[in-house]
Design a protein around this ligand. Structure first.
Ligand code: FMN
Length: 356
């Protein structure tokens, strides 16, 4: 059994102190990652210079990355100062999740919490974002610089929660088409547990309709872009395999395994964050075992499908093990709350030849 624990060094203790100081300002603390990225050259942060490429058999535009570790959706919801995040040892970023129009998200506060002992974050933000047009406008201004550094920029989109049944497909297709030309890759978030609405990944008929429409759009577009579906980590093996089968029929390039884990299915007792009486979605360390297992399962049955592993990845050896199982790259988020310069540290662990 590999020991994925890491030594808490002085800089991690400083981060713990900052968490403590701002313990009553959960969302401010959450938004600090952007400032931290911007100022990180002061303590050695800089873009990595390695280049790796993810290729697609359907001729979709390859994704160039300068590290196999990418920032997951939700950390930079509104595409602010994208290029600063390259200083964090990351190979790219997914911005959003964006909906068709601005959303303020859930009304209750706080909407984010931390469990220090389990190194996890729970949240019930509810897809707050400025809307796809504003987000794309910002990405357009920054993406040329990002590409120069092989820093990939994906855009995550989702259905507007609560939209009338008859407008669902149109809403998603509009958001998708606005994002399509600008992003290096598209992520369709079909598994957000925090909006009070049914998740798309449990509605197979609508999933088929949606991805069929995206596929048609892509066939007629001047450039083919990679399309990923972000699935929930609580799917059973059977549900996951049947979804993969469905997605592969509609030209989807891959999946992100997975999103934040619906808290009502865990045995943790965490403070309630929403009017459903749950603490929303759980992210961070406890998710890893499931992430690994689902990656192995997906690659075993669908070897040609691109898999981006996400959930509980907080050590370079986890990155290495997931890539060895066939993941194209990984996405991380919560680790930045617990490890100072997490990207650089994980890249060192990942590249160290003396590791087991
Ligand atoms: C505060 C917070 C907000 C998030 N918002 C989004 C989001 O808008 N869209 C999305 O696809 N995932 C969102 N996620 C899920 C993350 O992208 C990721 O899938 C999850 O946190 C698991 O990765 P981790 O264990 O490395 O944090 C959010 C997670 C957190 C903690």
């Amino acid at each position: 059994m590999i020991n994925y624990d890491y030594t808490i060094d002085l800089s991690d203790k400083l981060l713990a102190f900052i968490r403590y100081v701002f313990k009553n300002h959960a969302e401010f603390r959450h938004s600090c990652l952007g400032h931290y990225a911007k100022f990180s050259p002061l303590w050695g942060g800089e873009p990595l210079s390695k280049k790796q490429t993810v290729n697609f058999s359907d001729g979709s535009q390859p994704i160039n990355l300068c590290s196999p570790i990418v920032l997951a959706a939700g950390a930079n919801k509104n595409a602010k100062d994208i290029n600063a995040y390259a200083n964090l040892g990351l190979g790219g970023i997914t911005v959003g999740t964006a909906t068709r129009h601005l959303r303020i998200g859930n009304m209750h506060k706080p909407r984010v919490g931390l469990d220090e002992f389990n190194r996890l974050i729970y949240n019930s933000m509810g897809l707050n974002n400025y809307g796809i047009e504003k987000i794309v406008e910002r990405v357009q201004k920054q993406i040329d610089n990002a590409r120069k550094n092989n820093f990939a920029v994906g855009i995550s989109i989702a259905e507007t929660p609560g939209i009338a049944e008859a407008k669902r497909l149109q809403d998603l297709l509009e958001t998708f088409s606005i994002a399509y030309n600008t992003a290096d890759y598209l992520e369709v978030n079909v598994s957000c547990p925090n909006t009070g609405e049914e998740r798309l990944d449990l509605d197979t008929a609508f999933m088929a309709q949606t991805f069929d429409a995206f596929n048609e759009y892509k066939k007629n577009a001047p450039i083919r872009k990679a399309i990923y579906a972000k699935l929930s980590p609580d799917l059973t093996d059977k549900q996951l395999l049947s979804l993969l089968e469905l997605l592969s029929r509609f030209g989807v390039n891959g999946v992100i395994l997975g999103n934040t884990y619906p808290s009502e299915k865990l045995f943790y007792s965490l403070p309630v964050l929403n009017d459903k009486g749950t603490s929303g979605g759980i992210s961070g360390r406890p998710l890893y075992e499931n992430t690994f297992r689902k990656t192995v399962l997906a690659k075993k049955h669908f070897p040609n499908f691109s898999v981006i592993s996400c959930g509980g990845i907080d050590h370079g050896l986890k990155v290495r093990d997931l890539l060895n199982e066939g993941a194209d790259f990984v996405q991380v988020y919560s680790v930045f709350a617990f490890r100072w310069m997490a990207g650089q540290k994980m890249m060192r662990e990942f590249s160290c030849p003396s590791n087991p």
